[in-house]
Each structure stands twice: as C-alpha cells, then as structure tokens.
Design a protein around this ligand. Structure first.
Ligand code: ARG
Length: 471
C-alpha cells in the first residue's frame, strides 16, 4: 500500500468533508488481522438478525436475504475468494459492505440496534472461547505424554535438586508429576477464565444500549453464552477476559519454560540424563559434534514473547476511560499471537515427550544414578536415622556434616564408609544404617501422599489419570 497523498474516491461517511490519507487509513485499519474473526462475526450477525426478525424489528424477508447473503460470504471466505479491502477498515465493515452489495437494503438493516463496539466485543469472546477449548484439549494431550513417561520411570532414581545442587533422591516419575500438577492448574485457570468470558456483550450497542425492543437473552442462547453482560458500558469497553487469558497463557508458558530449561540441562553431556530424539534438535554449521536442543530452547524463548503480550494488554487497558476507545483494537494481535504460540508449543511438546518416551536411550537411568552417587544424596536420611535413635536433629545434622566432609576428602560416597568409620562419628550407628544410606531405602521411606516413594508415585499416577479423564 502506498503512502501517496492522492485522496481515495470517497470518505466513508457523509459527515466528513475530506478523506483520510492513505497512511491514516493503513494506520487505523485492522482488517489485515481481524479478518481472522470472520466466522465469529458472521455467526454473531446471524444471531442478531434472527433476534431482530423475531422481535419484528426487521421483516422475515430481510432475514431470509441476510441468511442467504451470509452463507455466500462464508463460502467466499472459506474458498479464499473474498476480497478484503482496507477502505472498509475492519472485518465487520468488510462483511457488511459485501452483504449489502449482494442483497441490497436488507444488508443495510442488519446493523439496526447494534454497534461495532458490541459487535467486536462479541466476536473476540466467541473466537477466544473456541481457542480456550482447543488449548484445554492440547494441555490434556501434553499431560497424557507426561504420564506415559511417569508410568515408565515411576521407580527410576534421579537426584532431586535444590539450588541446582544434588539434594535428595527422587524418582524421575515423581519429578515429572510436578509438571502434571502445574499444567493441571493451568487447565483450571483456562476453564475459569472461560466462565467469566462466556457472557454476551451484544445489546450494549455503542455504549448505552439501544432503543429497539431487543431480546438479548435470545441472542445469548443462540450463541452459547451463559448469560448477558449486565452493564452496557462495561460490556463494550473491558477486555479483562483477554488479559486473564493472557495471564493464564503466560503461566502455562512459564511452566513449560521450566521444563524446557531442565531438558536443556539434562541434554548437556555434563548431565547426560536424556537424549532427545534428533528431530527436535539441530546441529551446528561449524561444530560437527553438536546436537542442540533447539525446541526446548525456543519454548524458553517464546515464553518471553507471551509474557510480553500480557504486559501489552494490561498497559492497553490501563487508565482507559469508559467506554469504548479505539485503543482496544490493539488487543487482537497480542491475543492472536499468544494463542498461536501456546497452541504450537503444546503440540510440539506432547510429540517431543512421546518421542523421548519411545526412544531406546531417550532416558538414561544409569547417568541419573551416577549423578546421585556424587552428591551425598542420602545425607538427610542418615540424619533422620540418627534422630530415630534418639539424637536431637540439630546434633544429627552436625554429625552427618562431618561424615560428608570425611567422605568428600576420600572421594567416596557415604555408603562406602565402613561401619567402624561411621561409628566414629556417632556410636549409635549400627549395621542397619546401610539400608537408609541406599538410594532405594531413601526413596521407599518417603511413603506418604505427595512423596517420592515408587509406591506413592504409582498411586499418584493412577489418580492423575483419573483426574484428567474427568476433564
Ligand atoms: N475494529 C474495531 C476494533 O477492533 C471495531 C470497533 C470500532 N468501533 C468504532 N466505533 N470505531 O475495536
């Protein structure tokens, strides 16, 4: 499109004495991106037209013409033959103009009792509602992939970390179940957001409602809304549902960025806990030995973009006076990009985790085990053992710290110290200490709901499967 000062043929309203420049037209138009809501726009218009006819506000012949015209327009859009024009600013005016070209005066009657302000608010809600449903399904698919790994590695020991230092043994299944819980809450957040979103703005018209005898409840029912927005000013102006959605999306991406960071670390030869399938990695153009975990790295990176969109939407809404302001047209691109990013990320992630599960050396328990042997992972178990034998916990902590220092100086792990050597640190230590110093003993002892013992991980897996069936 050129910025030429040549005026377009006509202004878009009789009210104006001069046309906008090409630059202003391009700057204010949204049709290049909001055409994405065309199907929702048609759906909303049809429900509105049916209501107008039922209420006797337009004739049944008008309604029949509108229905026919809209069917044709939908076909044109589906087939990609619809001509979108910047002259008509946005998706709403483009469709209405085409309708009028096709059916004449009946097309001009469609806009009775409504405004683009309540129209656009309705379209976004319809659009986002479908996307939320899709995202909830995709989270479910991601969780199914996580649970397949949990099933396979429910009793595979790995080091649990705090401060990224080896802390205590956990099982790989237990570790992964943490991500199940995070994404379960994410799913609930989307469901919750959907409830508040699912109210009909139409009827609010420009801002104050309309003088026509409309039936908003009928339109709400036609469009699958639970109820109508109670206040017309609020209905056309707030985009809090989009902000809530973006916040839920940002949290989901943040959770996935944590898992991504771990996959990246685990892929590093320093850890070597996993080996992602080649199809999720790329090589280096200069270093032939490299296999880079590009997909998780990009998930980590794209989280920044989704978090940014949340801030953009919050800033968009901040300080906006009632009611509708054109600022709100800026809500769509961040929202669309958030949805696209989340949808692609979830799809690719579910597939990547399934690939990891199926790959022969995808998960490498032997590397997890050797990392455990290097970190004195059962030191807490030794302290707990001493406490059970009557030593106060703070004293036990000191005893174990000394034993760890000794083992470290000798370059061995705690279970490699002899009973005599251990007794030097505390006389209460007996031969049964070796049961708690083993990784298996440590794991099995954490046998309560939410704990890492293999039995508890299996029980949690059964519950998790039941929980996702319910949704
Ligand atoms: N394209 C506009 C938007 O996205 C539609 C509403 C415009 N309303 C108006 N009175 N200019 O918000």
């Amino acid at each position: 499109m050129s910025d030429s000062a040549t005026p377009p043929e006509k202004t878009w309203s009789e009210r104006f004495s001069e046309p906008v420049s090409e630059l202003v037209k391009r700057y204010t138009a949204s049709v290049t991106f909001d055409q994405r809501m065309a199907r929702q726009d048609i759906r909303g218009s049809l429900a509105h037209a049916r209501m107008l006819a039922r209420q006797g506000i337009i004739g049944s012949d008008d309604l029949a013409a509108i229905e026919q015209g809209m069917a044709r327009i939908r076909e044109e859009i589906d087939q990609g033959t619809f001509t979108w024009s910047l002259d008509d600013e946005d998706v709403h005016l483009n469709i209405e103009k085409r309708l009028t070209t096709l059916i004449g005066d009946a097309g001009k009657r469609l806009h009775t009792g409504r405004s683009r302000n309540d129209q656009v608010a309705t379209d976004i809600r319809l659009w986002l509602r479908d996307e939320i449903d899709r995202i909830i399904h995709l989270i479910h698919d991601f969780q199914v992939a996580v649970l397949a790994l949990v099933d396979k590695y429910a009793d595979t020991p790995m080091p649990g970390f705090t401060h990224l230092q080896v802390a205590q043994p956990v099982t790989f299944g237990h570790h992964l179940l943490a991500y199940f819980e995070m994404t379960q809450r994410d799913k609930e957040r989307f469901q919750d957001c959907r409830k508040r979103l699912n109210r009909l703005p139409l009827g609010a018209a420009a801002l104050a409602g309309t003088a026509y005898p409309i039936d908003r409840e009928y339109v709400a029912g036609e469009l699958g809304f639970d109820s109508v927005c109670e206040n017309s000013l609020d209905a056309v102006s707030d985009r809090d549902f989009a902000i809530e959605f973006s916040a839920a999306a940002a949290l989901l991406m943040t959770h996935l960025s944590r898992l991504s960071e771990e996959l990246i670390l685990w892929m590093s030869p320093r850890f070597g806990f996993i080996n992602l399938p080649d199809r999720y990695c790329t090589g280096s153009s200069i270093m032939p030995q490299k296999k880079n975990p590009d997909v998780p790295e990009l998930v980590r990176g794209k989280t920044g973009r989704v978090n940014g969109h949340l801030v953009a939407l919050l800033t968009l809404m901040k300080s906006q006076p009632l009611a509708y302001n054109k600022d709100n047209q800026e809500d769509k691109e961040p929202l669309f990009d958030t949805v696209d990013t989340v949808v692609d990320t979830l799809r690719i992630y579910a597939d990547m985790l399934s690939g990891l599960c199926e790959k022969v050396d995808g998960v490498r328990p032997e590397r997890m085990r050797s990392a455990l042997a290097e970190g004195f992972a059962t030191a807490t178990d030794l302290a707990d053992y001493l406490v059970k034998k009557g030593v106060p916990f703070r004293d036990a902590h000191g005893v174990v710290a000394k034993a760890v220092r000794e083992a470290e100086a000798r370059g061995c792990d705690l279970p490699q110290l002899t009973l005599e050597e251990l007794k030097d640190f505390s006389p209460v230590i007996e031969a049964d200490v070796y049961q708690v110093l083993t990784v298996e003993g440590s794991l099995a002892s954490r046998n309560h709901t939410g704990g890492t013992s293999p039995a508890q991980v299996r029980a949690a897996l059964v519950r998790a499967r039941r929980r996702i069936e319910a949704v």
